[in-house]
Design a protein around this ligand. Structure first.
Ligand code: GCU
Length: 474
């Protein structure tokens, strides 16, 4: 950008200088006009070539600059000492589950609010829901599809989010559910034509998101990440909403998201929290709705999230204990991975690429993660005693799989206070050999994604912890 501006500026200055020179020295005739034309053309060509060269040099410099900070060598991670999750800021040492609940939990949450994610406000009194449509014969009769608008304030034209639910038909009683935000609008999770196309701003995608709007071609764009039928057949409902309903995911997104539109009602300035906080807030509003949805068991709501949405899911579950089970899939830096480990993405890199995600205070730790009063194992400990599944992928080095594993490992002392067995493994398990009980972990083959293997493990984990007896109708 800068180099193009420079080239343009160079052209204008060169044009004026050449014009003046030629007009003064060759005052008349065709020759002077021709000379002016040729010389200007030559200069313009040079400026364009120069700008291209400059852009290339700048991009190489910036890439190598980023490379300097990114370490993928386990030998170079160095040693780090993690904050003791049972020692509170006033030096009290937590020794019982009750003490954790009454003192440890609130003190730890406060540290994360102050230094990492910012505030997380409560719901507003005027919040209400509107069922847009309901189809009892969706997906060939397998499910009831419901589309519900959650209005965050009293008015019917105030800020809102669109929630999509698939509830299994052939199961008696209130059912367990998996809840998670999606990246490209509700229509992206399944080709089902009955899903309303999102009308919000969405990141462009060659598969149907054009000029930041969803088109018909985006139906099912992320279906591989949402095995809807498999969930339904196992007796789970699936509940999802587009994360951009809360805040569009770009650095100016806060201006049209809830951090601005609800600023007065929530009595919270936009820089007192970040996009991750806004997404987490939306997850709790979905939970508010689920508490009123008769076909869903609100005591068996599992929260899942992949990557940046995994960061938001962990933050939501840390605050909101109504989420009975939590899955963090490759949430990486600012999610499950330890911040003090210099491997893959770092706080500095995260804040540089996504300045809108966290509280402004988090940027103070860009160059000094060791000064952060918390580390991410404490975020995982805030989920205790609820079942927690952390998953990584072998090729997803950016998210630091080892750092995700260690974080789960170091969260254990809080689970132990509740007599829960955590990982029970001292070392990273082999690929696709999950370990652990109340905290479970796996690393699978392949890239950064949420895949069938991940879901199979997460579903089995939820079935076990929810002690599901699926009561299918004949
Ligand atoms: C980027 C970002 C990660 C994030 C990921 C994602 O890679 O650096 O922190 O988790 O996007 O959301 O897919």
């Amino acid at each position: 950008m800068f180099s193009y501006w420079l080239a343009d500026y160079g052209c204008i200055v060169a044009d004026q200088t050449i014009n003046n020179y030629l007009i003064e020295n060759f005052p008349s005739g065709k020759l002077s006009r021709y000379l002016i034309y040729m010389i200007k053309k030559y200069f313009r060509m040079c400026a364009v070539l120069f700008s291209g060269l400059l852009a290339w040099v700048l991009s190489v410099l910036s890439a190598s600059g980023q490379g300097i900070n990114i370490n993928y060598d386990e030998e170079k991670v160095g040693s780090h000492s993690l904050p003791d999750l049972l020692r509170l800021p006033d030096s009290t040492v937590v020794t019982t589950a009750e003490q954790w609940t009454s003192q440890g939990r609130p003190a730890t949450l406060q540290l994360f609010k102050t230094h990492v994610y910012g505030e997380l406000p409560d719901k507003l009194p005027g919040m209400h829901f509107k069922v847009r449509n309901e189809n009892k014969n969706a997906l060939g009769g397998l499910a009831t599809r419901k589309q519900v608008t959650i209005y965050f304030t009293q008015g019917a034209d105030g800020p809102s989010m669109e929630v999509l639910l698939y509830i299994p038909n052939k199961v008696n009683g209130p059912v367990p559910a998996f809840v998670g935000l999606n990246f490209y609008g509700n229509q992206s999770i399944h080709p089902d034509k009955g899903i309303a196309l999102s009308t919000r701003w969405i990141n462009n995608s060659p598969e149907g998101i054009v000029n930041n709007k969803a088109t018909e071609a985006s139906r099912g764009l992320q279906a591989s990440r949402w095995p809807v039928e498999e969930l339904l057949k196992k007796g789970f409902a699936l509940v999802t909403a587009y994360y951009g309903d809360l805040e569009p995911d770009h650095s100016e997104g806060w201006q049209s998201g809830i951090r601005t539109s609800l600023k007065t009602e929530l009595n919270l300035e936009e820089d007192k929290w970040g996009a991750i906080g806004a997404w987490a807030w939306g997850l709790s509003r979905i939970m508010d709705y689920l508490e009123k949805e008769k076909r869903i068991n609100p005591k068996q709501v599992a929260l899942t999230g992949h990557s940046r949405i995994g960061k938001a899911a962990l933050w939501a579950a840390a605050n909101d204990t109504r989420f009975a089970l939590v899955v963090s899939n490759e949430s990486g830096e600012g999610g499950a991975a330890l911040a003090r480990r210099n491997y893959g993405e770092t706080i500095a890199q995260l804040n540089r690429s996504f300045p809108h995600w966290f509280s402004p205070a988090y940027k103070n730790y860009n160059q000094q993660p060791e000064k952060l009063p918390v580390d991410q194992h404490q975020l995982l400990a805030l989920i205790a005693p609820r079942p927690l599944y952390v998953s990584s992928a072998i090729e997803d080095k950016w998210a630091d799989p080892q750092g995700e594993f260690l974080s789960a490992f170091y969260a254990e002392p809080v689970y132990k206070l509740f007599n829960k067995k955590g990982l029970g493994a001292l070392e990273m398990p082999a690929v696709e050999k999950p370990v652990g009980e109340t905290i479970r972990y796996h690393i699978r083959n392949g890239k950064h994604d949420i895949m069938a293997y991940d879901w199979q493990q997460h579903l089995a984990f939820a079935q076990k912890h929810f002690k599901l007896k699926i009561n299918a109708k004949p």
